[in-house]
Design a protein around this ligand. Structure first.
Ligand SMILES: [Zn+2]
Length: 153
């Protein structure tokens, strides 16, 4: 399946189309991302997503989220939201910090503290990457049938 690079939505109030691409398109297409406002390029402001429809299908954005997200559990939604990002980043930070502390106690001194801080940082980044690369695509595949929601219509 080919993955589109962008999609247009229409602001019902002004009938103008706005094209989304890149990370915005990723977020907008994701029924579990918890988007509730988006930008209209004509009005140059943010509005509630219930004021928008996908231009190509005419389906309202909340209906689209409802339709593709209905199989998601509360845990799925949590893990795919910013809360999930914090949770997994925090877990990684904690694990890195614990290993770092053990190393610090073994080595001691400034080098030990430096390594501990470095491992905590690596843990936090690792947690975030793990979520983006493994957790989110797996959940989306199960809930929506695709791991990249840009493929959804
Ligand atoms: Zn508008």
């Amino acid at each position: 399946m080919t993955t589109p690079e962008s999609r247009c939505y229409t602001h019902k109030k002004c009938s103008a189309e706005t094209e989304v691409s890149g990370p915005e398109f990723h977020a907008m297409s994701d029924p579990l991302a918890g988007m509730n406002r988006t930008f209209c390029s004509q009005c140059e402001d943010m509005f509630s997503i219930d004021e928008f429809v996908w231009t190509d299908t005419g389906e309202s954005i909340p209906d689209y989220y409802q339709r593709h997200g209905r199989k998601a559990s509360d845990t799925d939604r949590m893990l795919c939201s910013n809360q999930g990002l914090l949770a997994l980043g925090g877990a990684g930070l904690f694990i890195g910090f614990m290993i770092g502390t053990a190393v610090c106690l073994t080595i001691g001194g400034l080098t030990g503290i430096f390594i501990a801080a470095f491992l905590a940082l690596v843990g936090a980044v690792g947690g975030v990457i793990f979520r983006e690369a493994v957790v989110t695509p797996k959940i989306l595949q199960r809930v929506c049938g695709v791991s990249d929601t840009r493929q959804l219509k």
